[in-house]
Design a protein around this ligand. Structure first.
Ligand SMILES: Cc1ncc(C[n+]2csc(CCOP(=O)(O)OP(=O)(O)O)c2C)c(N)n1
Ligand SMILES: [Mg+2]
Length: 609
């Protein structure tokens, strides 16, 4: 604890305590060691959570808002407490967000094995459930002797503070080792600052990139989360204004430009706008900045159809910089964009191209306005709910979501006015991230209101951290959208010919044996109330709008409950496709038809050499 307290990060001259404290749940595997240490370290605050998975989501939500310059430690007992963290830890690594996991581990001394919750192995005594963290950790270690911490802790910090390598880091400490005494060198506990670098690109690679851009007639930028983590928004804006190169945004990159910047094509890929998908189809040079090129971004490798398309990838991670056989500009987005701008001289795109993009920006916003427009004051569509929230909240407030049908709608429809105002965990899209991740976001930015868009399915997965938000006095605004099941997966199931099988909350029908009986009598509003939230149960947009106002005056976490009609949806545009394989052989005609369409779409998929 003493070591962790003294670790700082620094970028651009600003220092941050790297750990804001510790989340956790105690059991026999951590209460006597970590627990006792935390008790005697009131300046390293301990936060009791309700679920170890939530602890990690909260740390991740916090780290995302802090642009990776600060995070939390998460401690768990051995066994189930530890493995509960695995889901969210994978999310941290996929989203390239730092979190330090400190699960307890089985006795190093072994005499008492098997202890309660120990998984035994007949092939090795050096295996515990904590080995499951290995494939999802960017660094993993087990401390069998106290002095191993002297060399392990600096590795933990190196990885957590590395913009290229960061993710979940796991440090397992057996429950008996946790309580051993050792005379550590005192220098270990002095303040240490980890300087976050802004590496510049190879100058030859930069020259080649400049040449390639100067030859481009239809260049475009795909802006990913890395733009925001590098705080490169201003550099991006300057480059775009001067050159006229349009920008399309991934989920993590949405908000890099304000929604109404005429160079902003908005969402790209499977959930992309008309403009982004039209331009990406034709683009001759694609400049990916801080993007992993997930299948949603590339419309499952169908988004880029120009035969001669070339990629330039600006990325701090060499692994990502080389994707799509791209010209790799490995380094920090902000400084690379600044250098590019200088070197590009008078390069700009044709006026007609710039105008075409500006027209797309405008015509898309007209579509958004239509989707926001309340048709009738009755059970609304999800888009109307999103519109009501968007029109109510302040520009600096944060919309937060991770799973269900909301991510796609938000990607398309949210008018983002602040680069930290759109918080989507869409790398792992983990149901359950919303409330816990929202708590982390609020802890990182208490001055902003956090609006969590949450489906009934996501709510049921992990409502528990409402309690933690009350305990700590961090107010969340939860918009709970009830469509009585999985609208997203139900829709997907219909699109592959499977009729929404197994996606609604219905009783099992006694005669057919299927889940097609009456609706289950679940009352999620009451459920949220029972956890201590102030609940507003609304039935249409006008009562929803009133609730938004009333919720703003509340001091504690609020839940605005609303039912929506799942059927009214936004259309997909251009190459807005997502590869979800459909059975090659089926007796169902619907599946056969869907398979035909699938085979057509498959033909558009590309490799890039
Ligand atoms: C932990 C987890 N399990 C399963 C999934 C797959 N999945 C994605 S969306 C979804 C349904 C979400 O339901 P709900 O929150 O009600 O949102 P809706 O689809 O109705 O908009 C499921 C099961 C997931 N993303 N995360
Ligand atoms: Mg639902």
């Amino acid at each position: 604890m003493e070591y962790l307290k003294n670790q700082y990060s620094e970028r651009d001259g600003v220092e941050h305590a790297f750990f804001a404290g510790c989340f956790g749940i105690f059991g026999h595997g951590n209460l006597a060691g970590f627990g006792q240490a935390l008790q005697q370290s009131p300046d390293f605050r301990y936060f009791l959570v309700r679920n170890e998975q939530a602890a990690v989501h909260t740390a991740v939500g916090y780290a995302k808002m802090k642009n990776r310059l600060s995070t939390f430690v998460c401690t768990s007992s051995i066994g189930p407490g530890a493995t509960n963290m695995i889901t969210a830890a994978a999310g941290a690594t996929i989203n390239r967000l730092p979190v330090l996991l400190m699960p307890g581990d089985i006795f190093a001394q072994r005499k008492v094995a098997p202890v309660l919750q120990q998984l035994e192995s007949s092939v090795s005594q050096n295996i515990s459930v904590n080995d499951c963290f290995k494939p999802i950790s960017k660094y993993w270690d087990r401390i069998n002797r106290p002095e191993q911490l002297i060399t392990s802790l600096p590795e933990v910090m190196r990885v957590l503070t590395s913009p290229a390598d960061t993710g979940a880091v796991t440090l397992c400490i057996p429950q008996d080792v946790q309580v051993e005494a050792y005379d550590f060198p005192l220098e270990m506990f002095e303040k240490r600052v980890w300087h976050i670098p802004r590496p510049r690109p190879d100058s030859n690679a930069l020259n080649r990139a400049v040449e390639l851009i100067q030859s481009a007639k239809k260049p475009m930028i795909i802006a990913g989360g890395g733009v925001i983590y590098s705080e490169a928004e201003e550099a991006l804006k300057n480059l775009v204004q001067k050159t006229g190169i349009p920008v399309a945004e991934t989920f993590a990159g949405k908000g890099t430009l304000p929604y109404n910047d005429p160079h902003n094509l908005g969402a790209t890929g499977a959930t992309g706008t008309e403009g982004a998908n039209a331009i990406s189809t034709e683009a001759d040079v694609v400049i990916g900045i801080g993007t992993r090129y997930s299948d949603f971004t590339t419309a499952s490798k169908t988004a880029f159809q120009n035969k001669n398309v070339k990629f330039i990838n600006i990325n701090i991670t060499e692994f990502d910089a080389h994707k799509h056989s791209g010209l790799a500009l490995t380094g920090d987005a902000k400084v690379i964009l600044e250098e590019l701008l200088e070197k590009l001289d008078a390069y700009k795109v044709d006026d007609s191209y710039r105008k075409r993009v500006a027209d797309y920006n405008k015509s898309w916003d007209e579509k958004v306005a239509l989707a926001y427009k309340v048709e009738k004051n009755e059970i609304p569509s999800q888009a109307e709910v999103i519109g009501a929230v968007n029109e109510f909240i302040e520009p600096q407030d944060v919309i937060l979501n991770a799973s269900g049908s909301a991510p796609g709608d938000l990607h398309k429809l949210w008018r983002t006015r602040d680069s930290k105002g759109f918080h989507l965990e869409y790398g792992y899209s983990c149901m359950g991230y919303e409330i816990s991740g929202g708590l982390g976001a609020k802890m990182a930015c208490p001055e902003r209101e956090i609006y969590i868009i949450l489906g009934d399915g996501g709510y049921l997965m992990m409502p528990s951290e409402i309690i933690t938000s009350l305990q700590e006095g961090y107010k969340l605004n939860i918009v709970l959208i009830d469509n009585h099941g999985f609208a997203s997966i139900g829709g997907l199931s219909k699109s592959i010919g499977s009729e929404g099988f197994g996606t609604k909350y219905l009783y099992r029908d006694k005669d057919s044996g299927k889940l097609e009986g009456e609706q289950l009598p679940v009352d999620l509003a009451k459920n949220a109330e029972s956890l201590g939230a102030k609940v507003f149960k609304t039935t249409d947009i006008s009562s929803f709008n009133k609730a938004l106002k009333n919720a703003k005056n509340e001091k504690r976490t609020t839940v605005i409950y609303i039912e929506t009609v799942p059927e009214r949806k936004m259309a997909g545009y251009g190459h807005a496709w997502w590869d979800v394989p459909i059975a090659e052989v089926s007796e169902s005609e619907a599946v056969q038809k869907a398979r035909e369409n699938y085979e057509e779409q498959k033909k558009k998929q590309r490799y890039f050499f």
